[in-house]
Design a protein around this ligand. Sequence first.
Ligand code: HEC
Length: 96
Amino acid sequence: MFATAAAAQNVVGNAAAGKQKASMCIGCHAVPGYRTAYPKVYHVPKIGGQQPEYIIAALKEYKDGDRWHPSMRAIAGSLTDQDMADLAAYFGGHKQ
Ligand code: HEC
């Protein structure tokens, strides 16, 4: 078990909590494999093993509209800072 402090705020990510929340991500960001089969097969960026800070920053960019992708904007928009930190701790903890 390990914790990751999110850069800009005092939210500490919990990998175990992130694993619970990751069920909504792995359909697209499957670990391993990271490609989706619906509605057609297309590549999805690998997020397992990324730096937790990078994952949090990317999710905030989708939520804030600085990055544009319909699926990720919808998903990131539903996440709290705590959710993002937990997910980052979980995905960032994968060694691939
Ligand atoms: C419907 C499929 C889908 C789901 C579900 C999904 N993603 Fe994504 N995700 C994508 C796609 C496609 C991209 C690439 C979008 C782009 O080109 O900007 C992406 C991009 C990302 C990125 C940026 C990666 C990079 O290298 O820049 C992160 C981080 C990410 N997703 C995290 C998550 C997390 C965390 C969840 C669950 C809460 C999730 N995604 C759920 C499809 C999905």
